[in-house]
Structure formats: structure tokens, C-alpha cells
Design a protein around this ligand. Structure first.
Ligand code: PEP
Ligand code: MN
Length: 336
């Protein structure tokens, strides 16, 4: 149930609505917008919206038919902006997050940070805990990797986004990371999602390899219902019968999510295609389609990368791409 209060409604009127929702066993999530306060009530039974519409100070009341409630667009019709100091995700600017797949060494991550900063990225991306398809592949440097990542990012005043693969890592990750990335393989790790609902950092939730948009939003709902409203989604390609690319980049998921949800959505054309030469075209398409940002793999020496080398851009390719993305962003009233 979504209850939108009138502009200028009083705290007392708001409290009356809250009391009624509580009496009906609803859990309440409050969203204070610029103009309207919205109450999201998640409860066990169907209630007639008329019961709320007659209350003083209530402007609108809707039953949310989608299975996800707090992630649905009406909960915050104006859209969510996730703030990291002066950096915003979900506002007018298209946010670039760039870096290697994982932290390999101090030199590699420092060089990567330099490239990301020069390209205009606001976040340095790299994983220290790597869930790999093969147990024999490089698994990441763990906490030492996070230390190197933070130091490299700080040198260039960049924020840090890095993957969390298990709820037991939350406390360690929060020491070094600004944005906790839930990888495609963990999108339905519900224990992790529930714990992230209590985390102090925003979460970047990647779409699972075989997940529908509805399933992605249900996973976001786990985090939101725990009280962490700072969730950013990411389209990163899904499995299909198409074999020309590693995954099939579902660009249409970007406007689909925008309509269904208020949460910002990024696109990851690196994992979405798995091929360096396909990254720039899909990045351009994603920005044109309304993505709030891009997650792109770039490496100082992609041919010797320990993971995802074939899809990692060379530094020069990222610089050239950003020039093109600026023009596209401008054409649709955004900045980059
Ligand atoms: C990554 O971002 O490096 C990554 C492993 O992504 P995904 O979970 O989308 O495969
Ligand atoms: Mn990768």
C-alpha cells in the first residue's frame, strides 16, 4: 500500500496514517520527497484504499499490485538519487565507474586508478573477493586487495566499488568500500541481501545471468525492506542462445526498469558482451537508452590481466569512448 500525503499535510495527520497502518499489521517505510511524503506499507492483507483516502492530509492511496513494493516506481515517483558526497547516481549526470576486473598488484591498481580518473570516472571498480566459475581461477587478494584499492582510489579522489560475495565480509568491506557490489552470481543470495538491508553502505545489485527484471526487483526488495534504501541496479547481460557475445546485453531492461522502479540503473557492457570491441557500442546504446551510469572494465595491460582481459578496454579506448558518451549524454539532457 502506498499512501501519498498532501503537500503541507501535518505531522499529526501523518501519524494518524501511520497508526492506522500499524493497526493493520503493516510495516512502514517512509520516503520524504521534495514535495510529498510517501508512506509505503507492507502488510499481510488487502485493504481498501478508500479507508485511507478519506483521512485528512491524504492525497493518494494505491494498492501496489507488483510483488515488489518498496522498489516500485510509485514509492518514489520522482526517482531515487543515491548520494556519495558530491557524487550522485540517479541524478542528471551519467556516472562512470571504471577499473580492472580485480585487484592484482599495487602497481596494476594504481595505474588503473590513474586511467579511470583521467577518463572522468567517479568510481574505481575492482574486486578483491572474486567468485569465479572455476575454483582453479584467481580468487582475488582479499583484504589486502581492498587496502590497495582504497589507497589507489584515494590518490585520485575516486570512490570505490567492489564486490561482496558473502555476508561475513560486510564489516571488512565497509572499512574500504563506498559501494558494495552484489555480483550476478549472488543476486539471489538471500542471506546476503537481507544482511545488506542493514549495511551502512549503498548497494550495487547486478542482474543475475538468468534473472528476469521482476526477479531483479524482488532481490532489491530484500535490501530495501531491511531499511537500506540506497540501492543501484545494474544490467550486465543475460544468458541466451546467441553466441556472438559472451552474454546478451539486454539494453531494453534499462527503460523497463525505469518505468517499473524508482531505483537508478547502470549498464555493464563489459560483462554484457565479454568482448572488448563490443563494449563501446553497447556503452553508447546504454547511455542513449537512459542508463544512469556505466560500469566498465579497463586495464593497464589487458593482454596479461588475471581475469576478464578479453573484455577489458585499453586506456586509450576508454578515453575515446568517454568523448562519444559526453555527446550522447548532452543530446538527452544529461551530463557526463
Ligand atoms: C564483475 O563486475 O567483475 C563481475 C564479476 O560481474 P558479474 O557479477 O556481473 O559477472
Ligand atoms: Mn570482471
Amino acid at each position: 500500500m502506498i499512501v501519498v500525503m498532501e503537500q503541507g499535510s501535518t505531522e499529526e495527520q501523518l501519524q494518524q496514517v501511520i497508526d492506522k497502518l500499524v493497526s493493520l499489521d503493516f510495516t512502514i517505510h517512509r520516503s520524504t520527497g521534495v514535495i510529498h511524503t510517501v508512506l509505503g506499507g507492507v502488510g499481510p492483507r488487502e485493504v481498501d484504499p478508500e479507508e485511507f483516502l478519506v483521512m485528512p492530509g491524504v492525497r493518494e492511496c494505491h494498492r501496489v499490485v507488483a510483488p515488489y513494493k518498496l522498489a516500485s516506481r510509485p514509492f518514489r515517483a520522482e526517482g531515487t538519487v543515491v548520494r556519495f558526497g558530491d557524487v550522485e547516481v540517479g541524478g542528471t549526470a551519467v556516472t562512470l565507474m571504471a577499473g580492472p576486473c580485480c585487484v592484482e598488484s599495487e602497481l596494476q591498481i594504481r595505474e588503473s586508478a590513474g586511467i579511470a580518473a583521467q577518463a572522468g570516472a567517479r568510481f574505481l571498480r575492482a574486486s578483491a573477493f572474486k567468485p569465479r566459475t572455476s575454483p582453479y581461477s584467481f580468487q582475488g587478494l582479499g583484504e589486502q586487495g581492498l587496502r590497495l584499492l582504497r589507497a589507489a582510489a584515494d590518490e585520485h579522489k575516486l570512490l570505490v566499488v567492489s564486490e561482496i560475495s558473502d555476508h561475513t565480509q560486510i564489516a571488512t568491506m565497509e572499512k574500504y568500500v563506498d559501494l558494495l557490489q552484489v555480483g550476478a552470481r549472488s543476486m539471489q543470495n538471500f542471506t546476503l541481501l537481507r544482511e545488506l538491508g542493514r549495511a551502512s553502505r549503498p548497494v550495487l545489485l547486478k542482474r543475475g545471468l538468468a534473472a528476469t527484471v521482476e526477479e531483479l526487483l524482488m532481490s532489491a526488495e530484500y535490501i530495501l525492506s531491511g531499511g537500506n534504501y540506497n540501492v543501484i541496479l545494474c544490467e550486465r547481460g543475460i544468458r541466451s542462445f546467441a553466441s556472438a557475445t559472451r552474454e546478451t546485453m539486454d539494453i531494453a531492461a534499462v527503460p523497463a526498469v525505469k518505468k517499473l522502479s524508482h531505483l537508478p540503473i547502470l549498464a555493464d557492457p563489459s560483462h554484457g558482451t565479454g568482448r572488448r570491441d563490443k563494449v563501446a557500442p553497447m556503452a553508447r546504446a546504454a547511455v542513449a537508452a537512459g542508463a544512469d551510469g556505466l560500469l566498465i572494465e579497463v586495464h593497464p595491460d589487458p593482454d596479461h590481466a588475471l581475469s576478464d582481459g578479453p573484455q577489458s578496454l585499453y586506456a586509450g579506448q576508454l578515453m575515446e569512448l568517454v568523448g562519444q558518451l559526453r555527446l550522447i549524454a548532452q543530446a538527452i539532457g544529461r551530463t557526463l
